[in-house]
Design a protein around this ligand. Sequence first.
Ligand code: G4P
Length: 286
Amino acid sequence: MNESKTNINWYPGHMTAARRKMQEDIKLCDVVIELLDARIPGSSKNPDMDDLIGNKKRIFILNKADMADPQVTAKWVEYYSSKGIKVLTMDSRIRKQTLAVTNAVKEVCKDKIERDRRRGIAARPIKAMVAGIPNVGKSTFINSFVGKATAKTGNKPGVTRGNQWIRISKDINLLDTPGILWPKFEDQQIGLNLAYIGSINDNILELNDVTYNFIEYIKDNYCNILVERYMIKDVGDSNEIIAKIAELKKSIKKGGEPDIDKTCRLILDDFRSGKLGRVSLEQPLQ
Ligand code: G4P
């Protein structure tokens, strides 16, 4: 890892407020649907949630599964399932996934449904909170049920939205919540992983450092991408690779020097927009 400046730690004030609100709202819900990014299903999981959730039911959705390495995603599904958590994988841009989500919600809430039935209580819709880090796809997920107008999407991490209830079927109401991160990352790799996928505002990052570390990872795990996408013949030092990509992309300053800042942005954009193909950035612990 490039040791120099990569120290991603901060906590925007509005997220403290959002966390407090979430703590209150969880009390109203029967189940929490946590959207994780399928490329980083460990790093995108809010460690605070384990406490916040208490004994509420929980479902994980590995979203953007279309961008992740399917073999690695399968391992994550197995990993979380082995911990007794209901897990679905999803590309939220595809509509009509209502049935899979409805069935999962009903499955994890079956005790409550049965209890209500035994007590003769008229079926009350299940209340499900949708939670996840900025940019994980919460709005897209909710919109996939109800159409574009309802939940506003935005690709800027940290954009807060008002919490609102959305009815997705006669049995289920979803509560939309703003994306939150947590005050301190247990290890810097988590911060880097969140930076790679664009869930941390780029303006507070040393993007050259982030990109250097990204290339290091790709070199070790998806070397073929460098060869196929960027026509790198000798995969050597990561700084040299970035300079070669600058040449390829004609990202050159006036004096003829490679424009490294611009190239780093281009590389991250390529990854975030899926142009590098399906990449997973972490494996579950064995
Ligand atoms: P958020 O509410 O959690 O902050 O996330 P949001 O739904 O705004 O989604 C952030 C970006 O991720 C959007 O792209 C959205 O289209 C994309 N996205 C969401 N779910 C998926 C998925 O399952 N697969 C893929 N490939 N992309 C997904 P954008 O570029 O910001 O906006 P747009 O150009 O799609 O409008």
